[in-house]
Design a protein around this ligand. Structure first.
Ligand SMILES: Cc1cc2nc3c(=O)[nH]c(=O)nc-3n(C[C@H](O)[C@H](O)[C@H](O)COP(=O)(O)OP(=O)(O)OC[C@H]3O[C@@H](n4cnc5c(N)ncnc54)[C@H](O)[C@@H]3O)c2cc1C
Length: 338
């Protein structure tokens, strides 16, 4: 993994710690391939019935509790009667604009923690195919510009920033992406590059403090529950982790035949936060660094010259909880005196 700071300092961090070293390899994958892989696996599972091209419009409630959903064929909102589905528990895993969350009474967008990104796929980018690049550039922090090599010689290239900054500065993210690519720092690497997809833009809430993620008869997972990690905006792993914890909670709730909000909070929301909180606390230290460009430069410069600090950076990249070590007195001494 390559990180660069606003002043142009760079470090290359190896995923050489803990389980990743022994259980690798790891891959960057295009979303189309990854999402289809997950969907087909779910579809094959015994007892699972899937409906494609269907849009959930809202949850159905009885005496305040969620008892199902109603929706229609994608794009047919106004035609005919909506179809209704009933269940003991509804899982809202419908992403950052979750219709399930919103209609159940939980606003999925937390403005102060919302980030907006623009990305496209490019062929012909000069890059190391094994390297993921995160560039925290002047004027772009606390967001970043990324180059993620994927399959077929393509790269996922994008830029993301807090939505409040995008709005305050009237930034057009697609133009910002093109400006960064054409800048002296990157233009040489894109001389032979060709954009092979449109630039798409999307927003999501980055994990805020603990918040409601369930209620009577429903729970939320993934972006609908705002589980993405700050600093890197990583959301796929946390979304799948929340799905796993949700599945375990539902099995327990089924056994108890209790899908009340109180029980789901105990089984799911509290358990999810127990897992997320240490990571969230540690990552807030990295977030702090990205809002202090000079300190960020200093830390990256020092880390590039110290084996111990580089190794710590590797530990952080492998498990964000290790970011808490960054502010240990021993690390501070190493940063100050090498
Ligand atoms: C530009 C960008 C780049 C990113 N890059 C990375 C990255 O490199 N690595 C990483 O880990 N994370 C990345 N993320 C974050 C990651 O995409 C999300 O955190 C992750 O996809 C969350 O998964 P999810 O299943 O909760 O939501 P989603 O992936 O959004 O899936 C939600 C699904 O629900 C469907 N849906 C939505 N509304 C309805 C409805 N009303 N009815 C029926 N279906 C509905 C959608 O069609 C979609 O299939 C990135 C995000 C952005 C915006």
């Amino acid at each position: 993994m390559l990180f660069s700071s606003p002043g142009g300092q760079e470090i290359t961090v190896r995923f050489n710690q803990g389980k990743i070293r022994t259980e690798g390899p790891h891959f960057n994958v295009r979303r189309k391939i990854f999402d289809n892989f997950l969907f087909q696996a779910a579809k094959k599972t015994r007892g699972v019935q899937t409906i494609e091209g269907f849009e959930v419009l809202r949850v159905l409630k009885k005496q305040g509790a969620v008892v199902g959903v109603e929706g229609c064929k994608l794009g047919k909102k106004t035609a005919g009667k909506p179809d209704k589905f009933f269940a003991k528990v509804v899982v809202g895993a419908d992403g950052s604009g979750s219709a399930v969350a919103r209609s159940a009474g939980i606003e999925p967008i937390v403005t102060s923690r919302h980030a907006f990104s623009a990305r496209a796929y490019y062929s012909g980018v000069a890059c190391e195919r094994q390297m993921v690049e995160l560039h925290y550039l002047k004027g772009v922090t606390p967001g970043y510009f990324w180059i993620f090599p994927v399959d077929s010689g393509l790269c996922n290239v994008g830029v993301g920033l807090p939505t409040m900054i995008v709005a305050q500065k009237s930034i057009e993210l697609d133009k910002l992406l093109e400006q960064i690519i054409a800048s002296p720092q990157f233009s040489q690497r894109f001389i032979k590059a060709r954009r092979v997809s449109p630039i798409t833009q999307w927003g999501m809430t980055i994990t805020p403090q603990n918040r409601a993620r369930c209620g009577d008869g429903f729970l939320l997972a993934g972006d609908a529950a705002a589980t993405a990690v700050a600093f890197a905006g990583e959301g796929c792993g946390p979304a799948m982790r929340s799905g796993k914890i949700a599945a375990q909670a539902i099995v327990a709730a089924l056994r108890q035949d209790d899908f009340s909000g109180k029980n789901l909070k105990k089984l799911y929301q509290d358990e999810l936060w127990r897992v997320m909180e240490p990571e969230n606390k540690a990552v807030s230290k990295l977030e702090f660094l990205t809002t202090r460009p000079r300190l960020f430069d200093f830390v990256i410069k020092r880390a590039s010259r110290s084996k111990k600090l580089l190794s710590l950076a590797g530990e952080i990249a492998s498990d964000y909880q290790n970011a808490s070590k960054l502010f240990h007195p021993s690390t501070a001494l190493r940063l100050l005196f090498g």
